[in-house]
Write a protein of this length. Structure first.
Length: 137
């Protein structure tokens, strides 16, 4: 039996490093998280990695739900949400549900894979940014 040819494949960058890289770019292009940009944009990350927690009933009672996207943006009274996914990642049912509800409430949503995707979304959403980063990252 002939040996299978060696095939080198790049590792998939998981969501946490991508999230940090995207946040670094957002700090350059907009403002630090939770601060108003010169163009009237505010953004922050939402971390619910341990949604269930040790007492999940307490979180649910406070209105915490599964599927909330990773990034929140507010500009001119409009809401924009972005879910960060690894290259091989897929949306969960809970994530699809929250994104659908956001669209139903006239919010804008996106699924991004990296900082280049995030900048393209900001531009598509017409969210003004500093334009310190141009082209692909």
């Amino acid at each position: 039996m002939p040996a299978r040819p060696f095939k080198l494949t790049a590792p998939v960058v998981r969501e946490h490093p991508q999230h940090k890289a995207i946040a670094d770019v957002l700090r350059l292009e907009l403002a630090p998280a939770g601060r108003l940009s010169p163009h009237g944009v505010v953004w922050w990350s939402i971390d619910m990695a341990d949604f269930g927690g040790s007492v999940p009933g307490t979180r649910v009672a406070r209105g915490v739900c599964a599927g909330v996207p990773d990034l929140f943006f507010l500009h001119l009274g409009r809401t924009f949400l972005a879910e960060i996914k690894a290259l091989d990642g897929i949306l969960s049912d809970a994530q699809r549900s929250v994104l659908s509800a956001t669209i139903g409430a006239w919010g804008s949503v996106a699924v991004v894979r990296d900082a280049t995707d995030m900048l393209a979304c900001l531009d598509q959403w017409k969210i003004p940014r500093a334009m310190r980063i141009r082209g692909t990252i």
